[in-house]
Design a binder for this molecule. Structure first.
Ligand code: SF4
Ligand code: SF4
Length: 315
């Protein structure tokens, strides 16, 4: 089964996807053969609220009028999404900071809440679509009692209370834009390996590259779409050299896009608070902590610019 845990775009953009082929016809010409894309029907089980939010973000990216992607649209239409309202947040989750969880707010066909204690174990199911309703017809279910419904609500509320990691999103777009030339990016670059793990696990990242290949006889050419990352130096290659050569510029690009310019492009922040980039960073770089450092640097400057009289008055 495909997973939405490694990049949300798995649902929509497989890691490798052939877009078309071109074949020589023997008369010196060639024929372009569009990809016969079967768009497999996948069921995604256990999708969390943050992942649904990420899928909604990708819908904005790939289903917009300006850049409509047929490959994405077909896979998206065929997907069955069975969500689980989260009752066991991980240490790096911060969905509560960005308003995406732990309760799934929509976009599912069915949503389950697991209630388990020493006396009982059951699931409360919510129906989110006709497709979900049809699936449920084949399952032996009973209407939830008020008590069961209440217990399910409490399980999710308890989960929210156990989420302690926090991203302060106040004014975050302008905060990032104010720090385009911050020396902090050089400090991050000393730690960042530009391994691209963070982008490969992020459910909202969708960067990809396009490669053309031919067979050895030169009779067939193919165009492939492959996952890529803004952390790869070649990702910004144009006209003889990459635009973002330094590690500092690539980390700045990633976090600034995620938290700031994404809002200009798609009207939403590009982070759903899943915490995976933190979990999978081999050197422990934490997006919430990097934002905190930027804020602190401004607080420091603000303190330095306080007039002497005022700082005495506040002392
Ligand atoms: S996972 Fe960590 S080390 Fe790797 S590119 Fe991302 S921030 Fe840098
Ligand atoms: S927490 Fe990290 S991996 Fe998750 S959506 Fe935000 S940037 Fe992506």
């Amino acid at each position: 089964m495909p997973s939405v845990r490694a990049r949300g775009s798995t649902i929509s953009i497989p890691p490798y996807l052939r877009l078309w082929q071109a074949k020589r016809d023997g008369d010196g010409g060639f024929e372009v053969v569009p990809e016969q894309d079967d768009a497999p029907r996948y069921a995604f089980l256990g999708v969390r609220a943050c992942e649904l939010a990420a899928i909604a973000i990708q819908d904005k990216v790939f289903l917009g009028e300006e850049h409509h992607d047929d490959f994405y649209a077909r896979r998206r239409e065929n997907a069955l999404l069975i969500a689980v309202h989260c009752t066991h947040p991980a240490a790096n989750c911060f969905c509560t900071s960005v308003g995406t969880g732990p309760r799934a707010q929509g976009g599912f066909d069915l949503a389950l809440t697991e209630v388990i204690d020493s006396r009982q174990h059951f699931f409360v199911v919510e129906v989110g679509s006709k497709q979900g309703s049809a699936v449920l017809e084949g399952v032996n279910v009973q209407p939830a009692t008020d008590t069961q419904w209440q217990q399910a609500q409490e399980a999710v509320e308890n989960a929210a209370r156990r989420i302690h990691k926090h991203l302060d999103t106040t004014d975050i777009k302008d905060l990032l834009y104010r720090h385009l030339d911050s020396p902090h990016w050089e400090e991050v670059a000393k730690r960042c390996l530009t391994c691209s793990n963070c982008t490969m696990v992020c459910p909202t990242c969708f960067c990809h590259t396009v490669e053309d290949v031919t067979n050895l006889q030169g009779t067939v050419a193919e165009r492939w779409r492959k996952w890529d990352s803004c952390f790869h130096v070649d990702f910004s290659y144009i006209h003889g050299s990459p635009v973002r050569v330094s590690e500092a510029s690539r980390y700045r690009q990633w976090i600034t896009h995620k938290l700031a310019s994404w809002q200009d492009q798609f009207g939403v922040i590009g982070c759903v608070g899943c915490g995976r980039c933190i979990t999978w960073c081999p050197v422990g770089i934490d997006i919430t902590e990097e934002v905190r450092v930027l804020r602190r640097s401004e607080e420091g400057k603000a303190a330095q610019t306080v007039p002497k009289e005022e700082s005495y008055a506040n002392a």
